[in-house]
Design a protein around this ligand. Structure first.
Ligand code: UDP
Length: 322
């Protein structure tokens, strides 16, 4: 089959392109390169530079290639930025997705996989968090994604479009073969920031709060390896094709790791002492976010391969060296 991957030159999209190719599918990439990188587009893959909300560009792509389904990663994803400029998030994420879905409906493209987020749940009331957890996003980023999720049943009802919304927890690590990895500017995520210290680009890593009600006082997150996440996308779109029902699905490791335990793991992997500085809590950070991944395992047949923290950190370290 041939799939359009929006945001295919970005961190998660580029790993999914590799996974789709490994599964024997053809890929077309649409990316505006604001946070993606042209060097992450594999040789020979058709690439269009532009926005998902550009309906004439979508017309051209759907005219140039027969597309069986769309995996939609292109988005803004910084919680802090969304708190400063909510409109930017509703326009870039929600409105542009409506343009994409409308173009898909016009061209009768039947399958859609959305890059969604655990941020739709807000402050957790049960951990591990199941898909049935109440939806109470505490920032515009989470709401901008949930609004897309809410559109999808209408496209299914009216246009018979089958869909899956995959809610990610903390995506980390890099392709074990070193073909892709995480490169953001500014970088806000924990693991790449720790590794910058090990590389000598920073003197210390900030730990945002050590007074949380957890064993070592630092926040606990569910770090899922990006290649496992990519494999789940391939399974999701193939499941839709084979007749599985539309729906939402968490993607997480199912295990939590504290900020200090991630730093400890990075010390072992890099051999660097990685000094820390304890700083105030970051606004909006819940103490614990861990997924229930039972649905992905049972219904998609997903088997994450890189579940231990040291493998996640090692692959990120390999990439950061490149
Ligand atoms: N964090 C930290 N120092 C950093 C970056 C993140 O202590 O330089 C903490 C952050 O407060 C959270 C966890 O690490 O508890 C994961 O944060 P990240 O930004 O990687 O992902 P998020 O959970 O916000 O999606």
């Amino acid at each position: 089959m041939r799939f359009l991957v929006t945001g295919g030159a970005g961190y998660i999209g580029s790993h999914t392109v590799l996974a789709l190719q490994a599964a024997g599918h053809d890929v077309v990439i649409l990316d505006n390169l604001t946070t993606g990188h042209a060097y992450l587009v594999p040789d020979g893959v058709p690439f269009y530079q532009g926005d998902v909300g550009d309906s004439s560009l979508l017309e051209k792509i759907f005219h140039d290639y027969p597309i069986d389904g769309v995996l939609h990663f292109a988005a803004k994803s910084l919680v802090g930025e969304s708190m400063q400029d909510p409109g930017k998030y509703f326009l870039a994420n929600t409105s542009q997705s409506a343009v994409l879905l409308s173009a898909m409906a016009k061209h009768k493209i039947p399958y859609f996989v959305l890059s969604s987020t655990a941020a739709v749940y807000g402050e957790p009331q049960d951990v591990p968090i199941p898909e049935s957890h109440p939806i109470r996003p505490t920032n515009p980023y989470g709401l901008s994604k949930h609004l897309i999720e809410q559109m999808l049943p209408w496209f299914e009802k009216v246009h018979r479009m089958k869909w899956m919304a995959l809610r990610y927890f903390n995506v980390a690590g890099a392709d074990p073969q070193g073909r892709s990895g995480e490169s953001h500017d500014p970088e806000t995520h924990l693991i790449p920031n720790i590794l910058k210290v090990a590389q000598g680009h920073r003197d210390f890593v900030s730990v945002f709060g050590n007074d949380y009600p957890t064993e070592d006082g630092t926040c606990i997150r569910d770090y899922i390896h990006v290649s496992d996440l990519a494999d789940a996308h391939v399974l999701a779109i193939e499941a839709l094709f084979s007749g599985k029902p539309s729906g939402v699905c968490n993607l997480g490791n199912g295990q939590g790791f504290s900020v200090l335990s991630v730093i400890e793991s990075a010390r072992r992997v890099t051999g660097h002492p990685i000094p820390v500085r304890i700083e105030p809590r970051r606004p909006g950070d819940p103490a614990v976010l861990v997924a229930s991944n039972a649905k992905a395992v049972a219904e998609l047949g997903w088997k994450p391969k890189f579940t231990d923290l040291s493998t996640i950190v090692e692959t990120a370290w390999l990439w950061q060296h490149r």
